[in-house]
Design a protein around this ligand. Sequence first.
Ligand code: SAH
Length: 409
Amino acid sequence: MAVLHHACAVPLARAAARSRSLSAVAAPAMMAGVSVPSKARESRVLIGMSEPELQQLALEFGQEKYRGKQLYHLLYQRKVKDIGDFSHLPQVFRNNLQEAGWRVGRSPIYHTVKAADGTVKLLIKLEDNRLIETVGIPVEDENGSVRLTACVSSQVGCPLKCSFCATGKGGFSRNLLSHEIVEQVLAIEEIFKHRVTNVVFMGMGEPMLNMKSVLEAHRCLNKDINIGQRMITISTVGVPNTIRRLASHKLQSTLAVSLHAPNQKLRESIVPSAKSYPLDALMKDCQDYFHQTSRRVSFEYALLAGVNDAEEHAIELAKLLREWARGSHVNLIPFNPIDGSDYRRPYKKAVLAFANALESHKVTVSVRKTRGLDAAAACGQLRNEFQKNPLVVDESEEMEFQPQAAVSC
Ligand code: SAH
């Protein structure tokens, strides 16, 4: 059976408000006597727009301002996917929007895989036929209330090729646009008929290589879909100069850094991109991030049997954190097996010994429970294995979806 193997990460705080200049009309088109906003943005997609922007859009189409509020409601609460179905809006407004090239920006679900534990992996087919994976992870607490985490992708594939991650093995196609990130959360809400309470940028891709769209999506998730900044986590393996940039946005969200090794030599052998971003420089940036935002960075550590899971590694990790990031939390992720990898998942005993060694050195630690293993939806397993080019749907072939990867958060 398929496994949803998924990596879910960090919170973003207030994203830089995207300034969509609706008034910057290059060549106004005239429709039904109304001046229509022209190519003021690269794409005329409604998802991702704020309430004031939608009000402005309504005005520019000769409508009353309150029509923008209605649009806002239709997009984010009613989750209507097609402008033609905006039945609350005048037909002429709907027609004008469509004729001017506007669209909602929701994509079809290409495939859904449900794991026995309730985790659901969605394959979303983008406009250019590329596929991305999104995972919904429901958790019921002791009071019976449900926390629903959406593990979202930020890129189609990933260029960073961490040695144990299935996504990197599938190659890289492109960055996601902000609405393509937001729509993943809306799709999860729709499937579960429940609001998403937490978002982790731990799906396909490296969020810090697509910071602009990630920040725009963060703004929308926080302000328009009402997900608290502290409920959002952004996970990065580390990209030079980006942690500082992120810090300048002073988000209240969590930054999670994927460390996976306590020293440069071992890290380089697991994470190839570490060669151009030495561990000391990464840790210094994490320290500065804390000083600038007052938000502690948390650290992810994938445990690979016989590679980085010895107690000496834990002790060395504790020392590293004491030096650079005292008080930080470590999230251990026992390796989720992927095809074509010689890495092994450590035994439970080794995981506990590692966790205990960290705790005895005053590092708080949690072990990530693997979710969705029977739906290929666990961390690092987000990869579409069922096509010649794993990231694009070939419309000429009727393919059977046989997820081999797992997604877990
Ligand atoms: N690029 C980002 C987000 C990607 S995945 C990052 O590296 O942080 C989120 C987490 O899942 C990362 O910590 C990643 O290292 C981890 N992960 C990837 N593949 C995994 C696997 N097969 N087993 C366990 N964890 C994995």
